[in-house]
Design a binder for this molecule. Structure first.
Ligand code: ADP
Ligand code: ASP
Ligand code: MG
Length: 287
């Protein structure tokens, strides 16, 4: 099985979402794919803003409307490209998620507190929506896709917003997916569950880590992180125009770079991948 992870940058709009699904479909012709997706670009930051607005006891109605309208617009645009898309089903799913968002924000506003257990559920909504959009896009492309709930696989300890995954749980929970099952196994990134059953997150940018955990669990032959740069550079290429692309690096070097702030990889991503020596590529969806 090969893992392909697509971040928000690869899921910026309808065109890129369909392009991403086509890339995955193409790969699924030759091997089974473990697919991990983040929220659509900017959505998690937006959910953070919603929570903070509610905490400041300001009106969140307009922001919730923007969350809904942004997703409705992209769903409509995808449907224009893929007439087979279950647009009504996706709109129903979105309404249900928006109702949850409204209800939780109302509670946060009234109580003027937002415990981590509520923050985790609020911030996970971006992935909860994007994973269902991706599932339907793949189905509309005629793909054999199974969507799994990451909180049945990624069990964490400690903080609910930046949990520590229990690696031994990954071995047992992913075992069934190793040999057989759907051609494409789709999982939302970022989300797990703690041992008491509360939803937990893997920290901001945590979908890279989710991909690494899936790669570890299924003992993947390859792990690809698809994003908006060609690989790891000597510095952030957005800030340092003459940064050099580093063609190849050891797990240790990658770990060091991400710990010192190379946002292209979540800092904890490399450890599980290194344990099984899984080759890992950073690839550019735009290139
Ligand atoms: P995604 O949404 O795909 O997860 P991110 O924005 O989290 O994308 O990560 C990709 C970004 O990481 C790039 O656009 C780039 O600006 C930034 N980045 C920071 N440091 C580095 C680095 N050393 N090499 C490559 N990209 C880097
Ligand atoms: N959507 C989450 C975030 O923005 C996880 C990720 O993008 O990797 O932090
Ligand atoms: Mg990222």
């Amino acid at each position: 099985m090969q893992i392909m992870k697509f971040g928000g940058t690869s899921l910026a709009d309808a065109e890129r979402i369909v392009q991403t699904a086509e890339l995955v479909a193409e790969r699924a012709r030759t091997c089974r794919v473990g697919l991990v997706v983040s929220a659509l670009a900017g959505v998690t930051n937006f959910l953070v803003e919603c929570r903070d607005t509610a905490l400041a006891n300001e009106d969140v109605t307009a922001r919730v409307g923007r969350f809904r309208d942004h997703h409705v617009r992209e769903i409509e645009r995808i449907a224009q490209r893929l007439p087979g898309l279950d647009e009504h089903g996706l709109r129903r799913m979105l309404s249900a998620q928006v109702s949850l968002l409204e209800g939780w924000l109302d509670g946060v506003q009234k109580l003027a507190v937002c415990p981590d257990s509520v923050s985790a559920r609020l911030l996970a909504l971006g992935e909860q929506v994007s994973v269902r959009i991706m599932e339907q896009v793949l189905l509309a492309l005629g793909q054999d896709v199974l969507q799994i709930d990451s909180s049945d696989y990624v069990i964490t300890r400690g903080s609910l917003l930046e949990g520590t995954p229990i690696l031994s749980e990954l071995d047992t929970r992913f075992a069934a997916l190793r040999q057989s099952g759907a051609r494409i196994v789709l999982m939302p990134g970022f989300i797990g569950r703690d041992e008491q059953g509360a939803m937990s997150l893997l920290g901001r940018n945590g979908s890279d880590y989710s991909a690494a955990l899936m790669a570890y669990g299924v003992k993947a032959e390859l792990c690809e992180i698809w994003t908006d740069v060609d690989g790891v550079y000597s510095a952030d290429p957005r800030r340092v125009p003459d940064a050099q692309l580093i063609p190849e690096m050891s797990y240790e070097e990658a770990m060091e770079l991400s710990f010192f702030g190379a946002k292209v990889l979540h800092p904890k991503t490399i450890a599980p991948i290194a344990m099984h020596r899984i080759p890992t590529l950073i690839r550019n969806t735009l290139n």
